[in-house]
Design a protein around this ligand. Structure first.
Ligand code: AMP
Length: 374
């Protein structure tokens, strides 16, 4: 099957790498002007003039990036099978739509308000912050990612500065969640509505960018896993979803899970599955999209994924670590840029943490990893 991918970055690259053994071939539609997938055929389409050329070469279409013009996605969907469908993109492009869907399905979220002026932002911060003056997080409704378009307000007096800094006409304001950790739940739904779930991963960010994901975890109870699976299952069914869906959650001190956001695609917090699960998220996404049986999501050992950001560091020394698997995206070094990742696989948490520490020392700028079970 010839699969078209909207977007041509590293997620598309890794999808294609997983799809070649399945007999798939890939055509990418790049609207950014700087494709990096470096595999398969790329149709450059910054002016939205080359859709025909792209669609003629593919049997079905998926995407690796959700911040695409909805009109483009709908034009694709009108002519070729598109998985996941455009409704998933529409919802995920807007934080208010996303939160409304979570709430409608009974999936808990932090208290929030929608505001469209600095005055409304101050009022929402006062109301949500309450007498204890809990901080709030303001986020642009659309176009935000990796912590961009966001500000934390400690008091309502910071509203004007925050409003000006974000510079967006509509914001969502959320109570600041005093979480013990951030986790993600990744699941896959096939065309026949079969659903499989990966074990929950714990994620650590620095400067808004994901640094570490670990899975499976020693301190996730069966009950917590089941709750997260229930939430994502509802989302998958409500959207009649096909492919990989990622749900990012906060775990609170009293053990509850609050949904933060979702991504209608393979996700950085699922890269550990390339070496740490029987079937990777990339392969399972492609199996779902082309309507063949999904593969086992069972873990193969214990895995920590570490992103390589900005500079490569000593990659040869990194590969000396037992159980290290390197995935480079073929990108030039640049501050804050995701250049690749390393998956460290071990048989015990003790070994895994020792490998993480060795790798951290070799990766420029890598922060200390503070997993919540330590
Ligand atoms: P997001 O773009 O919504 O994923 O937010 C980026 C990061 O900001 C998250 O990974 C959290 O670390 C932090 N964050 C976002 N929303 C909240 C919140 N309501 N309370 C506390 N931290 C938050």
């Amino acid at each position: 099957m010839r699969i078209g991918i909207l977007g041509a970055g590293q997620l598309g690259q890794m999808m294609a790498l997983a799809g070649y053994p399945l007999g798939n071939r890939f055509v990418f539609l790049d609207t950014s002007g700087s494709p990096s997938a470096d595999i398969g055929t790329v149709v450059m389409d910054q002016a939205e003039q080359s859709l025909d050329q792209f669609l003629q070469q593919v049997d079905c279409v998926t995407y690796e990036f959700e911040h695409l013009p909805l009109s483009l996605v709908k034009a694709v969907e009108a002519r070729k099978p598109l998985y996941p469908g455009s409704e998933a993109i529409r919802v995920c492009q807007n934080r208010a739509e996303e939160k409304a869907l979570f709430t409608r399905l009974g999936i808990p979220v932090a208290d929030y308000r929608l505001v469209s002026s600095a005055e409304e932002l101050a009022a929402a911060a006062a109301e949500l912050g309450g007498a204890q003056q809990i901080p709030v997080v303001a986020k642009s409704l659309t176009e935000g990612y990796d912590g961009k378009g966001q500000a934390v307000l400690r008091t309502p007096a910071e509203a004007v500065d925050a409003w000006n800094k974000i510079g967006h006409p509509e914001l969502i304001v959320e109570s600041f969640v005093d979480f013990v950790r951030e986790v993600s739940m990744i699941a896959v739904r096939g065309r026949d509505a079969q659903v499989v779930f990966y074990p929950i991963a714990e994620n650590h960010h620095s400067e808004g960018i994901l640094r570490y994901s670990m899975a499976p975890l020693p301190d996730v109870s069966e009950q917590l896993q089941t709750v997260a699976e229930g939430y994502i299952h509802q989302l998958l069914d409500a959207l009649d979803y096909v492919g990989v869906l990622t749900l990012e959650l906060f775990q609170t001190r009293d053990g509850r899970l609050l949904a933060n956001e979702m991504a209608p695609r393979v996700h950085n917090s699922g890269h550990w599955t390339q070496n740490g699960a029987v079937t990777s998220q990339f392969e399972n996404h492609l199996r779902a999209v082309q309507g063949v049986p999904l593969g086992s999501t069972a873990p193969r050992g214990l895995t920590c994924m570490i992103n390589i950001i900005g500079e490569h560091g000593d990659l040869s020394a990194l590969l000396e670590i037992e159980g290290a698997h390197l995935h480079l995206y073929g990108k030039e070094e640049r501050a804050g840029r995701k250049l690749g990742h390393v998956n460290l696989v071990a048989d015990s948490y003790e070994e895994l943490l020792a490998s993480v520490e060795r790798a951290r020392a070799l990766l420029p700028g890598a922060p200390e990893a503070q997993f919540s079970f330590i």
